[in-house]
Design a protein around this ligand. Structure first.
Ligand code: ATP
Length: 287
């Protein structure tokens, strides 16, 4: 399998902070969308900043399109499109002015595509950025990220705070971006329903550590939550589940193969699960 992004044993500590990225490893296959989820402060932005080389990792290797990202490889950065939650475009500029700046910065800037995306997303090209709504600014940032020949998009909370209609438009664009099987996306988001719609894989991070990377369809269709009584739970072998969480008189148990579990335990109810529930059980439950 070819990978657009490979992160291996990445570590990063901040002076004066207890937080530490702890041997973070995961990979984004070419042509796919990887959802990156974790609670506030789990290390998503730190990881993405290290990938972008805007933050210097303490150790670890980051490969983009199979090549190691170093300070010198500015050419690789040209192929990475970025949309962050806090966009910091110069506020006095309009989208059209921004286009003339990007034309000089990016070797592969496609002005026609940028105008097409502005029209499609209904972003006014002659309004100053400071007068655009937050949704408009995020759409503008996305149009820019998609217009300089990027093959890998890094999206850090790019859809947070946007209404469902705008989010749907953005998700459609992301799906179209990866359609040719060459482009890939790493997207961090707290809106896990968005990731359920578009992601091919999900990586969970907790306290600076990767706790699970899995195919999304396996998570949604093969994983499950067994709703056990205390007695039923006590009868289970630890090898049969990933995590458990007591809730009143019930114990929720995360299992990785609900069909095989149900065959073994016909008396236990097993529900489908969601990315949110899996995260809760992995983070709050007992392993
Ligand atoms: N410059 C810094 N100096 C010290 N600590 C920092 C710095 N930047 C981030 N941190 C800490 O590192 C931890 C991880 O932060 P990070 O922004 O990577 O988390 P996140 O998963 O992106 O969170 P969120 O979902 O809230 O955006 C947090 O505890 C944060 O306070």
């Amino acid at each position: 399998m070819k990978y657009s992004l490979e992160v291996s044993n990445l570590t990063k500590a901040y002076p004066g902070s207890d937080f530490r990225l702890d041997n973070v490893s995961f990979a984004v296959p070419q042509g796919s969308i990887m959802g990156f989820v974790g609670e506030n402060g789990s290390g998503k932005t730190t990881t993405i900043s290290c990938i972008l080389n805007t933050l210097k990792p303490d150790s670890g290797v980051i490969k983009i399109f199979g090549e190691e990202m170093t300070d010198e490889r500015t050419d690789i950065r040209d192929h990475i499109g970025v949309v962050f939650d806090a966009i910091n475009f110069p506020e006095a500029l309009t989208a059209n002015k921004l286009a003339s700046v990007f034309k000089d910065i990016y070797q592969h800037w496609d002005g026609g595509l940028f105008q097409h995306l502005l029209q499609r997303l209904q972003v006014p090209a002659d309004t100053r950025i400071k007068d655009l709504s937050r949704g408009m600014t995020m759409k503008l940032a996305t149009a820019a990220a998609l217009s300089h020949g990027a093959k890998l998009l890094l999206l850090d909370e790019a859809t947070s705070g946007l209404d469902p209609v705008v989010r749907e438009e953005m998700l459609d664009l992301f799906l179209e971006f990866v359609e040719d099987e060459e482009h890939s996306i790493l997207i961090s988001s707290h809106i896990t329903s968005d990731l359920e719609k578009i992601a091919d894989y999900i990586t969970f991070i907790h306290s600076g550590r990767i706790i699970l990377t899995e195919d999304k369809d396996i998570l949604l269709y093969q994983y499950g939550i067994a709703r056990c009584t205390e007695d039923q739970f006590q009868s289970l072998d630890k090898s049969e589940y990933l995590s458990s969480r007591k809730r009143g008189f019930q114990v929720d148990v995360l299992i990785s193969d609900k069909e095989s579990f149900s065959r073994q335990h016909r008396d236990i109810t097993v529900d489908n699960t969601t990315i949110d529930e899996i995260m809760l059980l992995l983070v709050k439950g007992d392993q």
